[in-house]
Design a protein around this ligand. Sequence first.
Ligand code: PEP
Length: 251
Amino acid sequence: MRKYFIAGNWKMNGSVDLLNKMHNALSELPVQGSNVTAGVFTPFIFVQHAAEIFKASPIVVGAQDCHWMSSGAFTGEISPTMLIEIGATHVILGHSEIRRDQGDSDSRIGEKAAAALNAGLTPIICVGESLAERNSDSTIRIVTQQLDEIIKASTKPLTNSVLAYEPIWAIGTGLAATPDQVQEVHSAIKEHLFDNHNLQLLVLYGGSVTAANAGEIFACPSVDGALVGGASLKPTEFSGIVLSAISAAQR
Ligand code: PEP
């Protein structure tokens, strides 16, 4: 039976009301024992509340970033140990919006991954190419270079991590990569990780995943789930994606 992971990245959206609605919608699904892990990744301010709401459910809770140190003079920052203390189990790292807005480099992402793993969080590490890089046929080279840099900078083996392939041009555009494009990159990533780093990780696809296209994406042999942005803010839509993973896991 294949395993799938569905992560909902709320970005700077959501509310306590949405958490309650999401909890109600996800409670209806047969997630327990399904080989599917589903999680909500809220803004920092809602993480503790989310952890309380989902405490008795199989849904995991995470944040969208963390610092590379466990404490210190870093005004405005949140450390991985703090996230653990308030009930998070996972953290997204290297999202293209954080690379763009906060200048995170691959080596910084590797440092954050090591800190997250040391604290006991599972990082979901994002890589992906720009449209210009795809158009110049550099996708595989760019993505494997990102991975190599991240792995080199992490002082901890990434064995207990999850990866997300997120082509930047597909994020929030409504233009998901085609299943063939996704499969090509995922299989290249898996081969590269195994051959060069002796790593076998779940690789999620992210970029305009909806309940309507999730089934064909999850049918790709090298796709292990999805990192979902916009659709993770709509309880019915997100539930549809999780349900699609539950069906795919049964095949
Ligand atoms: C994301 O934010 O990681 C993402 C994939 O967004 P969307 O699903 O909206 O494209």
